[in-house]
Design a protein around this ligand. Structure first.
Ligand SMILES: [Fe+2]
Length: 307
């Protein structure tokens, strides 16, 4: 093979004469590889630096933390910002704001009607009851909506990914009643951080960044004919509320805590003393098509699925 300049090599890599393959994959690969060639040249990347990155990527993939890094580098929020922009252009900006799903959703949580208790009582944290309605943008209740929610335990860890927790601990699906109401009991979750001594923390340590997320609760809400809403609410007062590792905090999603709420009317949730209450209504848009109304995580539309 002839001697090559970097640009000649790049053209060979792109194989501009090749007609086969997937056009979209070829287009994106071309762009990304071109940008990386340029980075290596502009930043004078040495072989030891390049192979250190390859080793890190290999360890990152094996650790299952790729989707933590995407969140920390802003990609998850970027995709939401772009969806918001598309919605605004289409005149569809009403309803509860979306927020990033994160990498820790698990489908198939236990389903109950109207209300649920998420915790098993083994952790005696501040009792939280969150309640409200699922509405459409006209203010009408969405009966039979499914409020699928999940949050971290007192150590900042999620069931399924944390082997010390029972299956579906702190994960439930609640079907709204005829008035669109839901309510659940749990405890106020803490914030959490990316795993220490991990490929993810290695990167963010090197960037001089912390890996903390403020306290939050995740939701994925579906309703017949409604656009699926994936969002999260933040607990106020958290140190990292405006300094979230994942850039996910949004106006309109920071709840108010009502301290010392009366236990009257909450017996079915085994609440017997004053507790912390959060009232929050979720507002869903009408779905424009079946795909928008389909339940499922962000991986549902991909050909490869995460485990
Ligand atoms: Fe989370």
């Amino acid at each position: 093979m002839a001697e090559l300049t970097p640009s000649q090599l790049l053209e060979l890599v792109h194989g501009t004469q090749v007609a086969a393959g997937t056009p979209r994959v070829r287009e994106l690969t071309r762009r990304i590889v071109t940008d990386l060639f340029r980075t290596i040249e502009d930043c004078n990347v040495k072989p030891d630096e390049f192979w250190a990155v390859v080793q890190w990527l290999t360890r990152l993939g094996a650790s299952g933390q790729v989707a933590l890094v995407t969140a920390g580098l802003g990609f998850d929020r970027l995709l939401d910002i772009r969806e918001d922009e598309a919605d605004r252009a289409a005149g569809r900006s009403d309803g509860t704001p979306r927020a990033v799903e994160g990498p820790l959703y698990v489908a198939g949580a236990p389903l109950s009607k109207g209300e649920a208790r998420l915790d098993d009582g083994s952790f005696e944290g501040a009792v939280l009851v969150m309640e409200g309605r699922v509405l459409d943008t006209g203010g009408e209740p969405v009966a039979g909506a499914i409020v699928d929610l999940w949050h971290a335990n007192e150590h900042g860890l999620y069931s399924h990914f944390d082997p010390d927790q029972k299956p579906y601990n702190l994960r439930r699906r609640i079907e709204t009643d005829a008035q669109g109401r839901y309510r659940f009991r749990s405890f106020l979750p803490p914030g959490y951080a990316v795993p220490p001594n991990s490929p993810t923390s290695e990167l963010f340590d090197a960037l001089g960044r912390h890996g903390n997320r403020p306290a939050h609760i995740h939701f994925m809400i579906t309703g017949r004919g409604m656009r699926t809403l994936t969002t999260q609410v933040n607990i106020p007062g958290d140190t990292f509320l405006d300094d979230d590792f994942a850039f996910a905090t949004r106006d309109g999603l920071i709840v108010e805590l009502e301290q010392g709420a009366s236990a009257e009317g909450y017996k079915s949730l085994d609440v017997r003393a004053p507790f912390t209450r959060v009232r929050f209504d979720f507002v869903l848009q009408k779905a424009a098509n079946e795909r928008e109304a389909a339940a499922g995580s962000r991986y549902a539309g991909t050909t490869a699925t995460a485990d």
